[in-house]
Design a protein around this ligand. Structure first.
Ligand SMILES: [Zn+2]
Length: 339
């Protein structure tokens, strides 16, 4: 459908009317990452810019779903799941991955205004330490043209088709290093991270969008009733780790977040979250450490009989205009994933 028609349908209130007539018996768990105070085009210089939703658009999205859908808390959803009770029709749950500071600075007032209590999945390694998640740190380091004599991580061999030297790398070459670092031993990754994070000039130029929540902010969000969940300690891919390493990621992140919030941490989101990014061992370990639900990034809605350790979600790109968001909530996403 043409953009102009969608805009017209949105401004006429058509999507609201259709939403109220929907009877979706599965829940749409929306997956966000960060927010930005700028327009989406203005954040193109930051890593994975499409992960950061302009706050103006986010506010319109939350207004729309709070008016036209049933926004649940994770606790409420879990009660329905465990009792195999039908979900309230047109249910939605809001989630955020990675733990960006913009959730506190920008999203919190909007969520409070519309009485929405989301789930925030946090990577714990960086809390109070690097103040950003390591893939963003690696990206910003190589993108910064002012840092002299940059090096590749020890053991990394550049693909000559995409990069020639560590000082002149385009996005594709940087993402190749990030993918490589996701596969190496934790110690190797941390050594490299410590090396790049010791450049003071670089740290002063970190964009606001990339900073992550600190302990006090996590505590305050938890006090508001927002559910704080684990997104592992190091944001590495679990299926590539030994059982022992996986257990450390799962147990340590839980311990850190429980110390900060003084509440049990029982929800989990797999880093990357695709079907091959976790395995049966991961699920056994999550159960052993008393996690009661785990979210993937496999696209889809969840019904009352869903496997609670393989919950599907719907990824919301940062550059969706409100009329496109409404169109997808009401038509495209249910049509693709439910019917
Ligand atoms: Zn993540």
């Amino acid at each position: 459908m043409r953009q102009n028609i969608k805009k017209l349908l949105y401004s006429s209130g058509f999507y609201h009317t259709v939403a109220k007539q929907l009877r979706l018996n599965k829940i749409g768990v929306l997956c966000y990452h960060g927010l930005t105070a700028k327009d989406s085009e203005a954040v193109n210089h930051i890593p994975n810019a499409f992960l950061h939703t302009p706050i103006k658009e986010f506010e319109l999205q939350m207004k729309f779903i709070s008016e036209a859908f049933n926004v649940l808390t994770l606790t409420k959803l879990w009660e329905h799941f465990t009792r195999r009770r039908e979900l309230p029709s047109n249910s939605v749950l809001i989630t955020f991955d990675d733990g960006y500071k913009t959730i506190y600075r920008l999203a919190k007032p909007v969520l409070e205004k519309y009485n929405i209590q989301p789930v925030i999945f946090i990577t714990t390694e960086n809390i109070g330490k690097y103040d950003l998640i390591w893939p963003d740190a690696v990206f910003l380091y190589y993108q910064d043209r002012t840092i002299p004599s940059k090096q590749f991580p020890d053991g990394y061999t550049a693909n000559p088709k995409i990069s020639s030297s560590p000082s002149q790398m385009d996005e594709e070459a940087i993402y190749d290093i990030i993918r490589w670092l996701k596969k190496v031993k934790n110690q190797k990754r941390l050594e490299f991270l410590n090396r790049i994070m010791s450049k003071p000039d670089f740290i002063s130029r970190i964009p606001q969008e990339c900073l992550v929540l600190n302990e006090d902010e996590i505590f305050q969000l938890s006090s508001l009733g927002f559910n704080i969940g684990s997104h592992t300690n190091s944001h590495s891919i679990l299926s590539r780790m030994s059982a022992e390493e996986q257990e450390n990621e799962i147990a340590l992140s839980k311990k850190i977040l429980e110390e900060i919030t003084s509440k049990p941490v029982c929800s989990f989101a797999y880093p990357e979250g695709g079907a091959h990014d976790f395995n049966d061992v991961t699920i056994q370990l999550l159960k052993k450490h008393n996690y009661t639900s785990a979210f993937t990034t496999i696209e889809g809605y969840d019904g009352k009989d869903e496997n609670l350790y393989k919950l599907k979600r719907i990824f919301v790109m940062g550059n969706l205009p409100i009329w496109e968001f409404c169109h997808r909530m009401v038509f495209s996403w249910p049509a693709t994933y439910i019917r």
